[in-house]
Design a protein around this ligand. Sequence first.
Ligand code: SAH
Ligand code: SF4
Length: 348
Amino acid sequence: MKILTEIKPDIKELNKDELTRWFKERGVQPYRSIQIMRWLYVKLVDSFNEMTDISIENRQILSENFSFSTTHPKQIESSADGSKKYLFELKDGNAIETVLIPEKNHYTLCISTQVGCAMGCRFCMTAKSGLIRNLTQAEIINQVIGALKDITDEKRLTNIVLMGMGEPLANYENVIRAINLLTDTDSGLHFSTRRVTLSTSGLIPRFSDLSRDTRINLAVSLNATDNKTRDKLMPINKKFPLEKLIDACADYKLAPRNKITFEYILIRGVNDSIEDANRLAKLLRPVKAKINLIPFNEHPGSEFKRPDESAVLKFQAVLHQKNYTAIIRHSKGRDISAACGQLSAKQN
Ligand code: SAH
Ligand code: SF4
């Protein structure tokens, strides 16, 4: 006889209101849900059994109805520059990558939001596999919990960037639920909204939802200063060309004193000329903008090359002259093919 095991939902897929409702329906005091959330996201326990101020009876009810996903990475690779790549295996056998980046006084974690990506950017490793599927709320959050548990030194993980595999705005509902848990300073993970940044290739129909639903920072992958070049590099530009993208950015409701970060990968002979730098400065005038210049990170089989250091510095100098904040960011973890934002999909 075939034994069918019932698939129970993961407790970490519920938000506070859903958990409260679930308890109410079963006659359990709703404040228990806050206690449970704190066990999950403040104390970071690995099982219902560790929730010692919840009665044994209630723990039993929980374990009969919910599963408890693990946050333990399958593999950890360390890079010469100090960054670390975690490989998380998902229940269905797919794998995602997360990169922990040490900064001077804190850590930044680069998390994934999809397995693969549908956007097809020509320079991006993640694009090669196409979209496999969206990550769930729990799968997004578990990357953060896994990294928090792995950190043993006094440096704290304070910054989160949604710049790993996937287009976050194409998985809006799960991403916003995960962001709300990350930035819930009562019974969530306590990250400051000012230290969480979502990076998008420019899915502008979601911009108004995002500014309504959260105050986290926005980063936009620009990568070109004319439609012809951007069409080639990023197919999404055919749907939402530069003028529309810049308009949407200018209209974006920012927190006071906040700016949108524009990411600009510098690719030799494609978008790294002085004319490009001048055009970029002009293009961004209507927006409260700062710029991250990212020398292209070469990967096996990539058709593009990174520019010389001198070309990168000249490009930056033009932007400085025009009074922009422009920071050169070298991808971390290059030697473990884990550069944040171009995670390899080789496991899938
Ligand atoms: N899909 C979102 C977030 C993930 S990609 C987005 O496109 O913004 C995160 C960043 O990594 C993007 O700015 C992208 O342009 C950059 N990136 C992708 N491949 C890269 C490469 N080979 N070298 C340098 N940066 C890369
Ligand atoms: Fe997707 Fe971003 Fe890579 Fe483009 S750069 S394919 S949007 S992950």
